[in-house]
Design a protein around this ligand. Structure first.
Ligand code: PLP
Length: 374
């Protein structure tokens, strides 16, 4: 998985240079390799000042969602609304809590959860007295959902919001970072994300007390005592200082990473505009996307051909999300949405290489391959 495997172009490879190497060496030589140390402090403080909220570093984005559900007191049988067009990790933690996911479909512009379907789902559940307790909303591929409408709806029904900003670090709505609008927000720093720690995540929290509680249950729920005392269920969800060292160095380069990802998206878009009508993910008004993955919707007739040609020429591309309500693991869950729209996104969509270490030669190579099909 290295950019220097010159002949292969990956979808979103890690972009590591001397700064990360130095950070990791410093972490190792400090002797602090557990979930404590200066890099945990520095990285979480940088994130806290970015979000203007307390931030806890975790060992993955998935564990951060699980913690958010725990802290929201989501338990067995509770109804939790969830983006349907997303990665399964958005919804898996709902099952960890034995709660009931209710999937909400996308709107056609941002491909994110539709406020209209959200309203429809809530009204429908209400009829059977099943008022949902929380919503897990993902900002797919870095693009903001229609947050003003979604926040209003949730306020109206007293539904907690967990914002899955796993893909959206560096994106914003009305100049406020995505991840800071919900009662909780989460980030992922896994290997393909815009900022990576190799694996890792973060939980964005509403206040100091909730932060202290999150920190406790993420580290095996040890009570303050000079012996082992556990009054509630705990998890081993903290991030190590070594991984935080990578993230800390990466985060300093966030602005240039976002600029490059947006340049890559705009390169593809202007290329397609000269060729044919290709669908793309719109930025919601007053929002700004990090363009984590450049994703497009191609005519049915050529989508498969493009994917195959790219593969044969050692260029990775990826289908868009296969809607969650269709997955066997979520069999029987309710879905409110437009199945045709999501099917079209899944069947005709492709994410193209988007890593911020792609150079212009890589981009020309990709569009030369596409050229044959457009
Ligand atoms: C939308 C979304 N949610 C959650 C996750 C889970 O994050 P992680 O892989 O760090 O557990 C990811 C990434 O994998 C993601 O893309």
């Amino acid at each position: 998985m290295h950019k220097n495997d010159k002949d292969k172009i990956y979808l979103s490879p890690p972009h590591i240079d001397d700064a990360e190497m130095k950070s990791v060496r410093d972490a190792l030589s400090s002797g602090w390799i557990s979930p404590f140390g200066s890099f945990i402090d520095n990285f979480s403080e940088k994130l806290s000042s970015h979000f203007h909220k307390k931030v806890l570093l975790t060992n993955s984005g998935t564990s951060a969602i699980h913690l958010a559900l725990k802290l929201s007191k989501i338990n067995e049988g509770d109804f939790v609304l969830c983006s349907d067009f997303s990665f399964a990790a958005t919804a898996f933690p709902i099952l960890y809590q034995k709660a009931v996911p209710v999937f909400i479909g996308s709107e056609k512009d941002t491909w994110n959860l539709s406020p209209d379907f959200l309203n429809e789902a809530i009204e429908n559940l209400k009829k059977n007295n099943n008022i949902p307790k929380a919503l897990v909303i993902a900002h797919i591929y870095g693009a903001s959902a229609q947050l003003d409408k979604i926040v209003d709806i949730c306020k109206n029904y007293n539904i907690l919001i967990i914002e899955d900003a796993a893909e959206a670090l560096g994106s914003s709505y009305e100049n406020k970072p995505l991840g800071s609008f919900g009662d909780f927000g989460i980030l992922s720093f896994n290997g393909n994300k815009i900022v990576t720690c190799s694996t890792g995540g973060a939980l964005i929290l509403p206040d100091e007390n909730t932060y202290l509680h999150a920190q406790k249950i993420a580290s095996q729920a040890k009570e303050k005592a000079d012996y082992y005392k556990h009054d509630e269920l705990g998890y081993n969800y903290m991030q190590s200082n070594i991984l935080a060292a990578i993230g800390d160095a990466q985060f300093d380069k966030l602005t240039s990473k976002v600029i490059r990802r947006r340049e890559i998206f705009n390169y593809y878009l202007s290329y397609f505009k000269k060729k044919m009508d290709v669908g793309y993910q719109k930025e919601y008004e007053n929002s700004f996307s990090n363009r984590w993955l450049s994703s497009f919707i191609f005519p049915k007739s050529i989508n498969e051909k493009i994917k195959e040609s790219l593969k044969q020429n050692k260029v990775e591309s990826r289908y868009l999300w296969n809607p969650l309500h269709k997955q066997k693991v979520f069999n029987g869950c309710l879905f409110f949405g437009d199945p045709e729209l999501e099917e079209q996104l899944f069947r005709q969509g492709l994410s193209l290489p988007s890593g911020d270490n792609l150079d212009n030669e890589d981009l020309y190579r990709i569009t030369d391959i596409l050229e044959k099909h457009l």
